[in-house]
Design a binder for this molecule. Structure first.
Ligand code: AMP
Ligand code: GLY
Length: 425
């Protein structure tokens, strides 16, 4: 089979790495890919937002199966476009991808179907949003969210009235996220531990991926601004089989079934961001794509052929497959550019990559890197993902943290406590 992976991050490198091990794969193409995927696949210089360009690429390369990494092309309708041309593609169509593309839709959907989530109000206008603050309906901190896609920056935890009003004005008046801020949510702040619960859905059945714990804040000990994720481990230490069953029953199956009833069949990934509160699990958000960095430790543990899983997802046959995972504990630590997630510089040479990637049991997935004149340079906030799998968490994290000092680039930073403290965010 000829397979196309869309995207250029660590998630896509990990997916391509796993796909490259499948005996079913003849040709693997990544668009646009990164210098890491270049070693295992053919990179095509087509951006993940260029839907017509991706369609031409898929036709030209006789692609049999396309896997979409980021949410942007899904929300823009890439699945509808590819399917209209008879191409097989793994992901939700535009009607279903709205579950991630509109946070207002997601919240109202959960309210309609009694799916456990925090209390919220929808503001259509600036005046309405400010009136929610005025009414004191939610104590501080509260959460203000832009309705649309905002590159993971659209949720702001506001400590006081001043902060909340400034955030609302940024979104609705200054349009810092463009149209994504036409409507905003004001939400109750939920306390507890976060968990990413990720399943593959064929619209009817769901197959859970192994659990993961993401570490969202930029610095050690849950400090600093929220990022896309600075590292992850699998399994999550916060999951019990009772909790797992409860989430599958009350949240995952209800979501898939109710979306189907609403004519929005969820095919592809359903990623449920949960807060485990004292009153039980509550949904923070839905995504319709694989997690980043969660995918990296998940792929390190996947023993089954990923092609079989994706194909069963497209063919609505997930009930017929048995997905096998190793019992290892896997981990991923993100090496980031100084200043991330705010302002950072790019273009610094990366040293020691080959040395690190050559260590047995270590996988280094690229994210924000570029290739120029035979050198690998930094080209983003999250630059590299150093991953491993081992018998237990200590062994795995020791292996990763012993490898990291071999890699260096100017202003490199990373969290030193991934998987080390159960409380950490
Ligand atoms: P979201 O984009 O909705 O996942 O939000 C990004 C992050 O903000 C989440 O991973 C949480 O850490 C935090 N967050 C979002 N909503 C809430 C909430 N209602 N209560 C507490 N934290 C939240
Ligand atoms: N790591 C968070 C996400 O993929 O949304």
């Amino acid at each position: 089979m000829n397979i196309l992976v869309i995207g250029s991050g660590g998630r896509e490198h990990a997916l391509a790495w796993k796909l490259s091990q499948s005996p079913r794969v003849e040709k693997l193409v990544c668009a646009p890919g990164n210098p890491g995927t270049m070693e295992i696949a053919e990179n095509a210089n087509v951006s993940s937002d260029d839907l017509p360009g991706l369609l031409s690429l898929a036709l030209e390369k006789a692609i049999d199966l396309t896997v979409v990494g980021p949410e942007g092309p899904l929300a823009a309708g890439i699945v509808d476009l590819f399917e209209s041309k008879g191409l097989r593609i793994f992901g939700p169509n535009q009607r279903a991808a709205v579950l991630e593309g509109s946070k207002v839709f997601a919240k109202e959907f959960m309210a309609r179907h009694q799916i456990p989530t925090g209390d919220f109000r929808v503001a259509e206008t600036l005046e309405q949003a400010l009136s929610f603050l005025e009414s004191g309906i939610f104590p501080y901190p509260l959460v203000v969210k832009a309705d649309g896609l905002a590159a993971g920056k659209g949720a702001v935890i506001c400590s006081d009235r001043e902060h909340a009003e400034a955030t609302i004005r940024d979104m609705m008046e200054k349009k810092v996220f463009g149209e994504a801020g036409n409507r905003v949510l004001v939400e109750e702040f939920l306390r507890g531990k976060e968990m990413s619960f990720i399943v593959i859905s064929d619209g009817i059945h769901a197959v859970p991926l192994v659990t993961t714990l993401d570490h969202k804040t930029a610095y050690d000990g849950g400090k600093g601004p929220n990022t896309g994720g600075m590292g992850a481990i699998s399994p999550s230490p916060h999951t019990s089989s009772a909790l797992f069953d409860e989430v599958m029953r009350t949240i995952v199956h209800t979501t898939i079934t109710c979306m189907l009833e609403e004519g929005r069949k969820i095919k592809g990934v359903l990623y449920v961001g949960l807060m485990l509160t004292d009153a039980g699990p509550r949904v923070l958000e839905y995504n319709c794509r694989f997690g980043d960095p969660e995918t990296q430790p998940q792929m390190m543990r996947l023993e089954s052929d990923l092609v079989d899983i994706l194909t069963a997802g497209i063919d609505e046959k997930l009930d017929t497959i048995d997905v096998k995972w190793s019992s290892d504990t896997s981990g991923c630590v993100v090496l980031a550019s100084g200043g991330y997630p705010l302002r950072y510089d790019r273009g610094f040479p990366i040293e020691g990559l080959e040395d690190a990637a050559g260590i047995p049991g270590i996988a280094v997935f690229h994210a924000g890197t570029s290739y120029q004149d035979g050198k690998i340079l930094t080209n983003g906030g999250r630059v590299l993902n150093v991953c491993a799998a081992g018998k237990n968490l200590t062994e795995t994290m020791t292996k990763i943290y012993e490898t990291i000092p071999r890699i260096s680039f100017k202003d490199m930073f990373y969290r030193t406590d991934i998987g080390k403290k159960r409380e950490d965010r």
